[in-house]
Design a protein around this ligand. Structure first.
Ligand SMILES: Cc1cc2nc3c(=O)[nH]c(=O)nc-3n(C[C@H](O)[C@H](O)[C@H](O)COP(=O)(O)O)c2cc1C
Length: 165
């Protein structure tokens, strides 16, 4: 598991090939098994491909433009139990990370991308999202064109504190 965690890298260049339906189902299942505050599971998943994805990419230039496929993880405000505590965002973060890690274990490339505030209204309109559903992360999933990415050194003893600072 640590090997999978350490060798996962954000991929910014993709083949055009689309992932299989069974891989997609596994990824969504991984997302839905993430921990969540009070087990609220305040997430919804929207699969983006084809023409809709092309339009999405036009609205979000921060996403690799070679993205062939992706999963938009959305906050479901109707399910949020602890109002004002951002727990739904945290749930969606956990789901997003689960998906990244399983995809990497399957040999698929991914990148976690943001939805900036200025793109939000157009994204909601494009996808016909109801009021209570708010895009949180867009995960590109596909076959990487980048090989042998180096593992950066990130273990840092100075960030570890025992009992007191
Ligand atoms: C909340 C979040 C938002 C991110 N948004 C973007 C984004 O919009 N575009 C992008 O190219 N990368 C985005 N990234 C990827 C980061 O740039 C990347 O994770 C970071 O540089 C570390 O590299 P690594 O993922 O290869 O370890 C995002 C990552 C996170 C966690």
């Amino acid at each position: 598991m640590l090997e999978i965690i350490k060798t996962r890298r954000s991929i910014r260049s993709y083949e055009t090939k689309i992932i299989s339906k069974s891989d997609l189902k596994d990824l969504l299942e991984a997302g839905m098994y993430a921990p969540s505050a009070g087990n609220e599971q305040a997430w919804q998943f929207i699969i983006l491909e084809g023409d809709v994805l092309k339009e999405y990419l036009q609205l979000n230039k921060n996403v690799p433009q070679s993205a062939p496929f992706g999963i938009l993880v959305c906050i479901d405000k109707n399910r949020e139990k602890y109002k004002g505590m951002n727990t739904s965002k945290i749930d969606c973060s956990a789901a997003t990370e689960n998906i990244l890690l399983l995809a990497h274990q399957k040999g698929l490339g991914t990148i976690w991308t943001a939805i900036f505030d200025n793109a939000m209204p157009d994204v909601k309109k494009l996808l016909n999202l109801p009021e209570q559903v708010e895009p949180f992360s867009f995960i590109v999933v596909g076959y990487s064109k980048e090989n042998n990415k180096e593992i950066p050194e990130r273990f840092d003893e100075s960030k570890i504190h025992y009992n007191k600072w």
